[in-house]
Ligand binder design. Structure first.
Ligand code: SAM
Length: 253
């Protein structure tokens, strides 16, 4: 079975037997109450579709990340997808030629989702439960680390980035919530309570601040790749904060 990343779906070259299709639908649905983050759309050769009901539109986001330095080719590279969630970016790494991919997430239910997606796609990816703060010497090193959508969820981002630097051999791709005001580019904002109705959002960083943090953590060079997304002018979160943007960074060891 081969899998192709298209703009509409992860497309398979085989057709699911009806019983398998219905079982996959049931298994996706059974995991709904835990919450999905990644919306992953899979289509078989007959056009039958499976879809995880998350808000993060992976197919649109990967196209945006590709315009902002996400690795286009990973042939022969060992890859870690840290905070892999349901495994979409791990899957992209595999489809782009990675020799091995490890997907780690601290949440058991997300790894269960990733294992289901792996089963449906038949991909060879090692998904495991692990907290990025605890990685050092016990995993890796990896040629490439994919680090998207995590560092604003961490209370101790420098500790986490230092661990990532230790296990990265060549390159880390970093994406995060980021301050959009150019006057604040060197600063970071500690939130304490909810931002965007999510109490796990702790820090939002200016782009120059992220570059400095990654260098201090052990990367030789880090370059802001631009804003992947910015809010419409005047957009506010439910809490009344100015909504910020999303930014990408290329970090070299
Ligand atoms: C906003 S989601 C981003 C998921 C994915 N990387 C993406 O870009 O679509 C954040 C993910 O990071 C995971 N996570 C948060 N803190 C973590 C940590 N310390 N170690 C490993 N995973 C973590 C969460 O469980 C969640 O799956």
């Amino acid at each position: 079975m081969t899998v192709e990343l298209t703009k509409d779906a992860l497309r398979l070259d085989t057709v699911w037997p009806q019983a398998d299709y219905e079982r996959y639908q049931r298994e996706i649905e059974a995991k709904r109450s835990w919450g999905y983050y990644q919306r992953i759309i899979i289509e078989d050769a007959a056009g039958k579709r499976l879809e995880t009901p998350g808000p993060h539109q992976c197919l649109g986001v990967i196209r945006a990340l590709d315009r902002h330095g996400f690795p286009a080719g990973m042939a022969g590279k060992t890859v870690l997808d840290i905070g892999c969630n349901a495994g979409f970016y791990s899957t992209v790494a595999k489809l782009r030629g990675a020799s091995s991919v490890v997907g780690l997430d601290s949440q058991e239910h997300y790894i269960a989702q990733a294992l289901l997606i792996k089963q449906i796609l038949g991909t060879d990816i090692d998904f495991r439960i692990a907290d990025g703060h605890t990685l050092e010497g016990n995993v890796g090193p990896f040629d490439i680390v994919i680090n998207t959508g995590i560092i604003y969820h961490l209370q101790n981002p420098m500790d986490f980035l230092a661990k990532m630097a230790k296990i990265t051999r060549e390159f880390m791709y970093l994406e995060t919530e980021a301050l959009t005001n150019p006057a604040l580019t060197e600063y970071a904002w500690f939130i304490e309570h909810a931002y965007g109705e999510d109490v796990s959002n702790w820090w939002i960083y200016g782009p120059r601040c992220v570059e400095r943090m990654t260098r201090a953590a052990g990367f030789a060079r880090c370059e802001f790749q631009g804003y992947v997304w910015t809010p419409p002018p005047g957009d506010k979160t439910k809490e009344g904060y100015d909504r910020q943007g999303r930014a990408a960074f290329a970090c070299w060891k």
